[in-house]
Design a protein around this ligand. Structure first.
Ligand code: ZN
Length: 273
């Protein structure tokens, strides 16, 4: 049996967070992912092992059943990844998902969109994504530079789904759900702000990967595509999360990844929900 989702309520919206897989890294291994700030990150992380996850958010909002990102799918070492079997095991009919919002097109976010046979995993869903992200990854220049299996996957994914809606962020894509530019980690990455009955949740996608970055926003992870832009986006979102006291979700934080960015003296702290 796959692990159970974390269930919460945001105003009238029911949220469930599924993990597509968890991992644990030694502090020095985690710090080494920040090539310009290895020593500083090592100090921020401390001595405890770093727990990570791929936290996939499912929202039930009226008639809409919305998934934000899809895990690694067949790119996972485990066949199908862990998200798809977890959804099935916990009573989520894949055909009941009406919308999949994609924060960005890295494989650990879009890999679950296709079945092993190459058909849509979510046969009745439309995809919503930011136009800058789509235009980057679907350009012939980008595809030509990718490993062949990834390029083929991207081409066939966006051909397999009949409805792909591209928006220019910031944009309200569904009532109370906004895509916010968080460019840099991937050229067109977006965060997602969800609001219902005055309650709000900020899904930061991969704007930062672990809470230990909160006091070192200038530390770029080696996967940031446009580092300076990623740093600026990260700073802005951290400030917003703190100043507006937003419930915040990190895609790669320890499961389920929900908490608040708070200030303690001259430092930021991550308070788990
Ligand atoms: Zn990621």
């Amino acid at each position: 049996m796959t692990s159970s989702p974390f269930i919460f309520q945001l105003g009238a919206v029911r949220g469930q967070i599924f993990t597509d897989g968890v991992g644990v890294s030694a502090p020095e291994v985690s710090a080494a992912r920040y090539p310009d700030h290895v020593e500083q990150m090592r100090a921020e992380i401390g001595e405890a092992p770093v727990h990570g996850s791929r936290n996939v958010l499912l929202l039930d909002a009226g008639e809409e059943r919305i998934l934000i990102d899809t895990g690694e799918g067949k790119f996972n070492a485990v066949a199908d990844g862990l998200l798809i079997p977890a959804l099935r095991d916990h009573g989520v009919d894949l055909g009941s998902i009406t919308t999949v919002i994609l924060t960005h097109f890295h494989m650990d976010h879009i890999g679950g969109l296709l079945t092993e046979e190459g058909t849509p995993t979510f046969p009745n869903a439309r995809l919503i994504a930011a136009r800058p992200e789509y235009d980057h990854w679907l350009s012939e220049a980008t595809l030509a530079a990718l490993p062949a299996d990834r390029a083929a996957f991207i081409r066939s994914t966006f051909a397999a789904y009949e409805r792909v809606e591209l928006v220019t962020p910031p944009a309200e894509v569904l009532p109370g759900i906004k895509l916010i530019p968080a460019y840099g980690h991937s050229p067109g990455q977006c965060a997602v702000l969800i609001e219902s009955q005055g309650e709000r949740l900020l899904h930061i996608a991969d704007s930062w990967h672990i809470p230990a970055q909160l006091n070192l926003p200038e530390a770029r992870i080696k996967f940031d595509a446009v580092p300076e832009q990623a740093i600026a986006s990260r700073r802005a979102l951290m400030e917003r999360a703190e100043q507006e006291n937003l419930l915040t979700l990190g895609y790669h934080f320890e499961f389920p990844g929900l908490g608040h960015v708070r200030r303690a003296g001259n430092r930021r702290v991550w308070i788990i929900k």
